[in-house]
Design a protein around this ligand. Structure first.
Ligand SMILES: Nc1ncnc2c1ncn2[C@@H]1O[C@H](COP(=O)(O)OP(=O)(O)O)[C@@H](O)[C@H]1O
Ligand SMILES: Cc1ncc(COP(=O)(O)OP(=O)(O)O)c(N)n1
Length: 512
């Protein structure tokens, strides 16, 4: 694996433009996964589905009903976040009154005594509307969005607006609060705001903190009332066609982990089972080619995918079968990681399969991501330095893929880990510091999977690769020595700690 050294950059392409890539096959947009429509009537999306839900036999609370669009007064300002409270407490709506013993928030203009939001005991607490709001998304609608499966990162109030009918269906605020936060007596103690972790954006580039038990309870309540149907709660999906690494560091295990950490649901078509640990591969059991193709067909036909990647394909018949099915179906942007061998030199592709890789799969690829030895095998060119990476990228592009990324992990230039991206015209370099560690098992899979995940979310190739490179760099920093040999890259940097201060409200027990 790569030599160690120091680096100096942050993973951005040197030439950071947004090329017109031509139309990529976009993510499959259908059914509940389709984006929430923009426009003034989005808030009634839940209500518009009511007839269908009723026909399906769902008992729906009377409170969830379409509301006629209210004409805007000339010169009236747009709704802002605080209006969620007014809407909830307004005509016909359930009033989110204060908890017992807590004074109402003073009306605007009524004058405040003491610090804003402080109760009579001097305890600073958020006003009632904000507490209710927090159940579904205190931070820019991120939690609400995740809970209800909405696209995140939108306008602050959007997720809460769409979530409102669903939350109303849950009934009273006290019940909701107990379910989601646990029974609490007395006023909530003041808790200082938690600092946002370094690197997390306003709309949370990281996964938001969610208590799975709460999510589960809320999800079941919503489902019982038929409200889950309004959530549009399906994340983007991505497919990996890859082999299993029993050690868990590379292969489909790494892909699935990376998919999740980059915000997509991962599906798999297994090509081979390897007997593998941190020291190498000691056995390979191939899956029949027709079974591989059938897995792809099942996933694409039913679940739908926004992007697909390949890893270990093992043999020419498997490559042929995958090429056939990819030609027929819409698999989204197609990333080919031409895995030939493990980092220990164990063969993961039969030598007679190289030709099928060149002639059948590469022409279908949106992006092909060889490391230096794979680029050498596919082109016959020596790939020992940056110039060699560029030359190989040009030769590979001639075989038909739209983009080529020749990775630099094995290019012993000593300094940064530089990958070369080529689209037939421009050469972009993605550089990141080279991390001094022997634990780099799974780097290639990690980079290709993260890139695929971002493609599944609609990013263009340059931006998806840039984020993929950032992801793998962080993963190499987070690598750990599991086993006697080369340990895997780590993904825990993407996952927040289990919440220590707020235990789950209730844990259902099946014992006895
Ligand atoms: N020690 C390292 N420090 C930082 N990045 C690395 C390191 N080793 C590899 N990378 C990066 O990981 C990705 C995978 O590279 P590479 O090791 O060449 O692929 P593969 O795992 O397929 O052999 C590339 O972006 C490469 O630059
Ligand atoms: C089953 C399986 N698939 C792929 C690989 C190779 O993983 P990759 O991340 O490309 O590279 P190394 O970590 O092996 O350098 C694998 N080992 N097993």
């Amino acid at each position: 694996m790569p030599a160690e050294g120091e680096g100096d950059d942050d993973g951005r392409p040197d030439e950071h433009e947004r090329p017109a890539v031509g139309r990529q096959r976009g993510p499959v947009r259908r059914g509940p996964g389709a984006p929430v429509p923009r426009g003034p009537h989005r808030r009634d999306a839940a209500a518009r589905r009511l007839p269908a839900l009723r026909r399906a036999g769902h008992a729906l609370p009377a409170r969830v009903r379409p509301r006629p669009a209210r004409p805007r007064r000339p010169g009236a300002r747009r709704a802002v976040r605080g209006d969620v409270r007014r809407a909830r407490g307004g005509r016909g709506g359930r009033r989110a009154g204060p908890a017992r013993g807590v004074p109402r928030r003073p009306r605007r203009g009524a004058g405040r005594r003491g610090p804003a939001g402080a109760d009579h005991a001097g305890v600073r607490r958020p006003p009632p509307h904000r507490r209710a709001h927090r159940l579904v998304g205190g931070g820019g609608g991120g939690r609400a969005a995740l809970l209800l499966g909405l696209p995140r990162g939108g306008p602050r109030a959007a997720a809460a607006v769409v979530a409102r009918p669903a939350l109303r269906a849950l009934g009273g605020g006290v019940r909701r609060r107990r379910l989601l936060r646990g029974r609490r007596r007395g006023p909530r103690p003041h808790r200082p705001a938690r600092a946002r972790p370094a690197g997390a954006g306003a709309h949370g580039e990281r996964l938001p903190h969610l208590d799975p038990v709460r999510v589960d309870v809320l999800g079941r309540l919503l489902a019982a009332r038929g409200v889950a149907a309004v959530s549009g709660g399906v994340p983007p999906r991505a497919l990996t066609v890859a082999g299993s690494d029993s050690g868990g560091g590379a292969g489909l295990q790494c892909d699935l982990r990376t998919f999740l950490c980059c915000g997509v649901h991962g599906a798999t078509a297994v090509t081979a089972v390897t007997v593998q640990d941190s020291r190498g591969v000691t056995g390979v059991h191939e899956v029949p080619a027709d079974v591989v193709a059938a897995q792809v067909e099942a996933v694409v036909g039913d679940i739908g995918v926004g992007a697909t990647k390949t890893g270990m394909l093992a043999s020419a018949p498997i490559i042929e079968a995958v090429a056939d099915v990819v030609e027929r179906l819409d698999v989204g942007p197609f990333v080919v990681d031409p895995v030939c061998a493990s980092m220990h030199g164990s063969r993961l592709l039969r030598p007679d399969a190289l030709d099928a890789l060149r002639t059948r799969l590469l022409p279908l690829a949106t992006l092909v991501t060889p490391n230096a030895p794979e680029a050498r095998l596919l082109t016959g060119l020596p790939v020992t330095d940056r110039a060699g990476q560029v030359e190989a990228a040009r030769a590979l592009h001639a075989l038909g893929p739209r983009w080529v990324l020749v990775k630099g992990g094995h290019v012993a230039e000593g300094e940064p880990a530089v990958d070369v991206l080529f689209d037939g015209e421009r050469v972009l370099e993605l550089r990141a510091p080279r991390v001094a560690t022997p634990h780099t098992h799974g780097t290639g899979d990690c980079l290709a999977a993260a890139t695929t995940a971002w493609l599944a979310q609609g990013l263009d190739v340059v931006e998806a690769v840039r984020r993929g490179k950032q992801y793998v760099t962080a993963a190499v920093v987070d690598a750990y020595p599991a086993g006697a040999g080369a340990g895997p890259v780590g993904h825990r940097w993407r996952v927040r700690d289990w919440p220590a201060e707020e235990p789950p409200a209730a844990v259902p027990s099946t014992a006895g």
